[in-house]
Design a protein around this ligand. Structure first.
Ligand SMILES: [Zn+2]
Length: 235
């Protein structure tokens, strides 16, 4: 059994009828195994959306409309198994490696590159908690980027950001900055854990508020890092 057919065998896809409009299912409660099925361009056999290879003839497929979670064979949710994410990403990256397509047709080469691009996009989004949260909110019907700057920010978040900003401004030594970093990292971890709970409870309003808080915290962490570099440069 070669690596590709092994891949197909492992992937347990419940074949469902493709919707007439071909749109991906975006129901947050939709079981991850409920997938759009398309016909393989080569053998016309059924292929689950996001599956890089046809289970019948092993031909590489167009990236299609799978979401990032489907593409990496992960259940949809904020709290992801990062080890499973890495494993899935690197396995598919190997299967899509250009060396494997060196002797294939131009069409297959092009499709494998499109698959690799979609795979990288999915990985980068899911690997970053802030990007993952914004993406997941989008799948659940809230466009966080579009809301940015329009929605009023929770005063508690503004207060916290202001206080932490002051602590950063007042930090003069490496020790001070170390303390700010430690505090910020702790708040980021708390915020991510709360995000996980909010998404699990499907409390989108809470999730959107926490995404804003995480943005402030990440900006503060970046600025703290820059201040530390600046301080080291001066020493
Ligand atoms: Zn096929």
């Amino acid at each position: 059994m070669n690596a590709t057919s092994e891949y197909s065998a492992k992937r347990k896809v419940t074949l469902v009828q493709a919707r007439a409009d071909g749109a991906a299912r975006l129901d947050p409660k939709g079981a991850p195994e409920e997938r759009i099925v398309q016909a393989c361009w080569s053998c016309q056999g059924p292929v689950g959306a996001g599956d890089p290879f046809c289970p019948s003839c092993q031909a590489v497929q167009p990236p299609g409309q799978a979401d990032h979670f489907q593409r990496l064979s992960l259940p949809r949710g904020f709290g992801i198994d990062t080890a499973a994410l890495e494993k899935s990403y690197f396995r598919m990256q190997r299967l899509l490696h250009p060396d494997r397509f060196a002797t294939r047709t131009p069409k297959e080469k092009a499709l494998s590159q499109q698959q690799a691009t979609s795979l990288n996009d999915a990985y980068e989004t899911l690997n970053d908690p802030l990007a993952r949260a914004a993406y997941l909110a989008g799948l659940m019907g809230r466009d966080v980027l579009k809301e940015d700057g329009n929605a009023p920010v929770d005063p508690m978040i503004l207060m916290e950001a202001m206080e932490m900003r002051e602590a950063l401004d007042e930090a003069e030594t490496a020790e001070d900055l170390g303390a700010v970093t430690k505090h910020t990292q702790g708040e980021i971890a708390d915020c991510e854990s709360e995000l996980s709970d909010a998404f699990a409870a499907e409390d989108l309003d809470r999730a959107v508020t926490l995404i804003t808080r995480l943005k402030y915290l990440r900006k503060l962490a970046d600025d703290t890092r820059a201040r530390r570099a600046e301080l080291r440069g001066r020493a």
